[in-house]
Design a protein around this ligand. Structure first.
Ligand SMILES: [Zn+2]
Length: 162
């Protein structure tokens, strides 16, 4: 069930009417990302657009971009990971239809009250890297990342980049 205050759309109506909804999310909106090790998500911008896809079917285009903080698997400091998702989801009449489809088309079950943030969060989870690492860190790097042993230094470092 959609949570109070979150945008919901009627899937088919939104797609056929060419609807568009956009906004920004923080980690508080994205509990499943937090469960997957995302420590912070200062600002994720998203846009969901409705339309008819190349196959002539109603579809939702989900776009999201931003940066999240994760733990570097090498130095255990915080690392800012850019995150971008871009997906076209063809509307299906039911979860059964989604499950039964055997092609490569991404589908989502349409309903009269689809939770937009959940759609965006699903795509962000798919875009999340399995392992987060600084491009260059370790004992030989005495520079910027050398200070990131302390979580507070890592946080200050992260904030300085924004
Ligand atoms: Zn690192």
């Amino acid at each position: 069930m959609p949570q109070a205050g979150r945008p919901v759309i009627d899937g088919y109506e939104f797609a056929r009417g060419g609807g568009e909804i956009s906004g920004s999310l923080s980690l508080a909106d994205l509990p499943r990302l937090a469960e997957l090790g995302v420590a912070d998500a200062p600002e994720i911008a998203f846009a969901v657009r409705g339309g008819i896809n190349e196959r002539g079917k109603p579809a939702l285009h989900v776009h999201a971009a931003g940066s999240v903080a994760m733990t570097c698997q090498r130095c255990l400091g915080r690392v800012a990971v850019p995150l971008a998702a871009d997906a076209e989801l063809e509307l299906a009449a039911s979860e059964e239809e989604v499950a039964a489809a055997e092609d490569d088309v991404d589908r989502v079950a349409a309903s009269p009250a689809m939770d937009v943030v959940t759609l965006v969060e699903d795509e962000l989870i798919l875009a999340l890297p399995m392992v987060a690492r600084h491009e260059d860190c370790g004992p030989r790097e005495a520079g910027e990342d050398g200070r990131s042993g302390s979580p507070f230094a890592a946080l200050a470092d992260l904030k300085a980049r924004h």
